[in-house]
Design a binder for this molecule. Structure first.
Ligand code: F0G
Length: 352
């Protein structure tokens, strides 16, 4: 098998790059589409369910798809520094790609609300980390002003190259399935990813690569659901810190994608998210972060509406290792501690 070149090379003709664009890549993309029979069984009706495990990208989230494009284009334009606001994953990806390209990476994060793994990544990848006493929405307002006034390029999803890179996930789905799925279930925070997927599905459809278009099913955490409730949330709260966002910048585009695809938005509670998270881990061997599990939680919540024989894809946006605290505190595992180091004790605990 040929080595995967990264998504810019793989989908070059679909992307705004030229021969003079310096490609900054960690060979992101080509993530697996994995059947999840235990979820399909809970729905019945001959439905097929897959997860697009984007947590297997180089920095552990789908953000790498957008960042290979945003950083390559920033490098092409001669930028020397980038900045983003982040609930964690964007900062990890921005730092990795920017440093690889020899740029400075400034990241603004909500102090105390970024999962440990993500913070560890930003630090190790050499970002300059600014933790503010405020949430993501406030951080985004600040970085937008900074990038307006100083020579730093903004790499949040208001940067159009981010969405260009992220749309390749839709291409990969169609390349793997031979057509678009009937439903695409996806968590929403700033709503960049749902916008990017819809762009990708439309482009492939227009080019005759798929016969159909999916219904775009977007899910938010109940404590942080501005799109579902058509409002702005000033104090978003959820265990899924990645999508703890009260004022999504891509609001209008996400609403347009829902309308054009006959899709729907729904919220899921933290308990429902954790149930799906444990189900994926314990029955399918797939460890995703809580925000990602919102896609599966949402599908299960709407299972009565799934048509007979439908093909459904849930996007698992980030790797479970990103948030070890959540994992340690939310599992149904048998975890026996402080045992005597002898055969008798171990066999007894095992039930022999
Ligand atoms: N899932 C994960 C794991 C995320 O990190 C994010 C967003 C989303 C879903 C939602 O994607 O914003 O395009 O709707 N994380 C951003 C960050 C906000 O800073 O890492 P979206």
């Amino acid at each position: 098998m040929q080595d995967w070149p990264g998504l810019i090379e793989a989908y070059r003709t679909w992307l705004p790059v030229s021969n003079s664009t310096p490609v900054v890549t960690l060979r992101e993309g080509a993530t697996p589409l994995i059947p999840v029979p235990s979820i399909a069984e809970r729905i019945g009706k001959g439905v097929k369910v897959y997860v697009k495990y984007d947590g297997l990208n180089p920095t552990g989230s789908f953000k790498d798809r957008g960042m290979t494009m945003a950083i390559s284009k920033a490098k092409e334009a001669g930028c020397e520094a980038v900045i983003c606001a982040s609930t964690g994953n964007t900062s990890a990806a921005a730092a990795a790609y920017a440093r690889r390209a020899g740029m400075r990476a400034f990241v603004l994060i909500p102090d105390g609300y970024v999962a440990q793994g993500k913070l560890a990544q930003a630090l190790v990848y050499g970002a300059e980390v600014l933790a503010i006493r405020g949430n993501f929405d406030t951080a985004l307002d600040i970085v937008r002003e900074v990038s307006d006034q100083y020579p730093v390029t903004l790499v949040n999803s208001v940067n159009p190259y981010r969405l260009q890179g992220q749309k390749t996930a839709a291409f990969e789905l169609i390349d793997a399935l031979g057509d678009a799925p009937d439903w695409l279930c996806i968590p929403m925070g700033n709503a960049g990813n749902i916008t990017a997927y819809w762009m990708g599905f439309q482009e492939y459809h227009q080019a005759g690569r798929s016969r159909t278009l999916p219904r775009m099913m977007g899910f938010q955490a109940s404590g942080s659901a501005p799109l579902v409730n058509e409002t702005t949330v000033t104090d978003p709260e959820t265990i899924a810190t990645a999508i703890r966002i009260g004022n999504p910048v891509n609001r209008e585009k996400a609403i347009a994608a829902r309308a054009a695809s006959n899709g729907a938005f729904l919220d899921v509670t933290d308990e429902e998210i954790l149930q799906a998270y444990k189900l994926l881990g314990g029955e399918e061997g797939i460890f995703c972060e809580p925000a990602s599990a919102a896609s599966v939680a949402g599908l299960l919540k709407r299972k009565d509406e799934v048509p007979t024989g439908a093909t459904v894809v849930c996007v698992l946006t980030g790797n479970g290792l990103k948030d070890p605290d959540c994992a340690i505190n939310n599992n149904d595992a048998a975890f026996h501690t402080d045992l005597n180091p002898d055969l008798g004790t171990v066999a007894k605990v095992m039930g022999f």
